[in-house]
Design a protein around this ligand. Structure first.
Ligand code: NAD
Length: 363
């Protein structure tokens, strides 16, 4: 029997529409092969939503996302909207949708594909075999804590304030995602905080330690965030799964991303306790290359694979997509961001066509 999934597509800004078009073609090809029907519906978010409606996250977009089976997002943002006040910038749409859909856990894999080892800025022996999952808390911490704002404390003197806060239950629910993810992987969880300085981090560490006896099969360790940043560059293979708060996770997952050589290769999943998940590349809207057919669509395509695996429980479909990605890389296809000597330089569209060809020939 044909399975039907309603997918909300959020192309956003910059390269968004170019890369999401490739992911949709890939999903349509897979659907034909596996007796699945995807019902795609586009909605506005970010700068394009600001231009069309005056706000970065129109209420209809959030409503539509909540009623989907999964949401596939490309990226938001661009120079055009950089001077708007924070609450009206495209990024507010992203924070809003994560909070509005209750997506508190962000899973960001940083896996070195054997074909791209030399694309990393670190030495081959340091990065070969790296396979890290960063589990980042997404709806709490300093990006959401109150009070926040810029206040005039005395005439002529302003003070900028953000508040880093976590409740025990927020730490517990992300901690559980961390332990459970580690359990399905290499069985090692490293919790990253700054408990030598921050009270909020002390609470974080205490709560994570309290959870540990429930997961005796997972080896728990702790690092301060400054040390974790250093260790990621020094010897990344020591890490299996990392669990951390919103701000630290934002920075560390980008650092982990760079180990892999290109931010254009990395997918991510945002999950809640129930309801649809949101799947998006780690990179931004790359306004510097938008509209030039230069974007690497593979992070978006791999995000679609994560959507199938973690959002729709269709692991066979996810496997097929991941294999096709391996095959196009094996065949030497490279977009500019992952280009190396002797490889075949292609644009976004041609990379997509190569993927479809591999998928069609492997049915
Ligand atoms: P970025 O990730 O957009 O770009 C950083 C660099 O990586 C650029 O040189 C870009 O060309 C390159 N790059 C990114 N994705 C690529 C891809 N798929 N293929 C090839 N090259 C790629 O980050 P930035 O320049 O800091 O931010 C640009 C805009 O994106 C900003 O408005 C920012 O706020 C926004 N942003 C959005 C998200 C998101 O939607 N989740 C995340 C980060 C940044």
């Amino acid at each position: 029997m044909t399975k039907h999934y309603r997918i909300t597509l959020l192309p956003g800004d910059g390269i968004g529409s170019e890369i999401i078009a490739i992911a949709v073609d890939v999903l349509k090809t897979i659907a034909k092969q596996l007796d699945i029907e995807f019902i795609f519906q586009e909605a506005l978010i970010g700068g394009s939503a600001i231009d069309a409606t005056g706000e970065p996250l129109p209420a209809e977009t959030l409503e539509q996302c909540r009623h989907s089976d999964a949401v596939l997002l490309a990226a938001i943002g661009g120079y055009k909207w950089d001077d708007l006040p924070n609450a009206m910038r495209p990024e507010a749409g992203l924070l809003g949708i994560r909070a509005g859909m209750g997506l508190f856990a962000n899973l960001r894999p940083a896996t070195i594909l054997p074909q791209l080892v030399d694309a990393s800025s670190l030495k081959r022996e340091i990065v070969e075999g790296v396979d890290i999952m960063v589990v980042r808390e997404l709806t709490g911490g300093v990006y959401f804590g109150k009070p926040k704002g810029i206040f005039e404390t005395e005439p002529g003197e302003k003070r900028g304030v953000n508040t880093m806060a976590y409740t025990e239950s927020e730490v517990e629910r992300i901690g559980r995602v961390g332990f459970e993810t580690a359990r399905k992987r290499g069985g090692k969880l490293c919790s990253v905080d700054k408990s030598n300085v921050l009270d909020v981090s002390q609470l974080w560490r205490d709560r994570i330690i309290k959870l540990a006896p429930e997961y005796p099969d997972v080896e728990l360790s702790h690092l301060y965030v400054d040390n974790a940043a250093m260790q990621l560059l020094r010897w990344p293979k020591q890490f299996d799964t990392i669990v951390t708060g919103n701000l630290f996770g934002d920075i560390l997952s980008d650092a982990a991303a760079m180990l892999t050589g290109s931010i254009g290769m990395l997918p991510s999943a945002c999950l809640g306790t129930s309801g649809p998940g949101l799947f998006e590349p780690v990179h931004g809207s790359a306004p510097d290359i938008a509209g030039q057919d230069k974007a690497n669509p593979l992070a978006q395509v791999l995000s679609a694979a994560m959507m199938l695996r973690y959002g729709l429980d269709e692991p066979a479909a996810a496997d097929r997509i991941e294999q096709a990605v391996q095959q196009v890389l094996d065949a030497g296809y490279r977009t500019g961001d992952i280009m190396s000597e002797g490889m075949k330089l292609v644009g976004c569209r041609e990379m997509g066509d190569a993927l479809i060809e591999r998928l069609e020939s492997s049915k």
